[in-house]
Design a protein. Structure first.
Length: 222
């Protein structure tokens, strides 16, 4: 299904969460990510969720826009993925599909097409180095005991083993205000340690990646 058509279908669905994430490196804003999470796998049907998000890096030239739509099953196993990357030296479309215990990623550009298969089970997630709303599905897997998951990073065609752990309530700052939020850590892979902060409704409020000096915060009112 065309990404634009799917995005239009999202408008009429039950919205689980939506908002804008402000991405800062050190103290400088580098991007904003607008996302909408709805109930149901909209493109393929069935139970689960569909996340549509667009992030625009406009502090650099050329401006880079990444716009994925991810469908996940009721256990958050990734089922289908489609997104376009605009502004890179060559526009790219990435497609992903679950089938036969594997998640197949196709990487399509004007000049070439390549594909790679990744093993996929109930503890598999999709992540992207430049998209942060995806971390919501990772946070949902966290419990008081460490849980090991496999992350597929389609744009990099790589796979990482990550450990997710819930640390309970903790103090942090959100948009310069002192708040208490649920604290989840994601350890391993290229990022080292990622800190996720969620509100009582299980909404992703903040992402911190110290190794990259990145802080991602939900915009006020979002």
């Amino acid at each position: 299904m065309n990404a634009l058509v799917l995005a239009l279908l999202l408008q009429g669905q039950v919205v689980v969460d939506e908002g804008t994430l402000i991405v800062r490196q050190d103290t400088a804003e580098v991007a904003r990510e607008a996302f909408r999470l709805v109930a149901g796998r909209i493109g393929t049907g069935g139970t689960g969720w569909t996340l549509a998000t667009t992030i625009r890096y406009d502090r650099v030239r050329p401006v880079i826009t990444v716009a994925p739509i991810l469908e996940v099953c009721c256990d958050t196993l990734p089922f289908a993925l489609q997104y376009d990357v605009a502004g890179a030296p060559e526009p790219v479309r990435i497609l992903g599909q679950l089938g036969g215990g594997r998640f197949t990623v196709r990487f399509v550009s004007r000049a070439s097409e390549r594909a790679r298969e990744f093993p996929a089970n109930g503890r598999t997630a999709v992540l992207d180095d430049s998209v942060f709303a995806f971390y919501a599905f990772v946070a949902w897997r966290a419990g008081p005991q460490p849980v090991t998951i496999t992350a597929i990073v389609p744009r990099a065609l790589r796979r990482e083993s990550l450990v997710v752990e819930d640390h309970g309530s903790g103090a942090t700052a959100l948009n310069r205000d002192a708040v208490t939020l649920r604290h989840v850590t994601v350890t391993g892979g290229q990022n080292g340690v990622v800190h996720l902060w969620l509100d009582p409704a299980n909404r992703l409020m903040k992402v911190e990646i110290p190794s990259r000096r990145l802080t991602v915060e939900r915009a006020p009112g979002g």
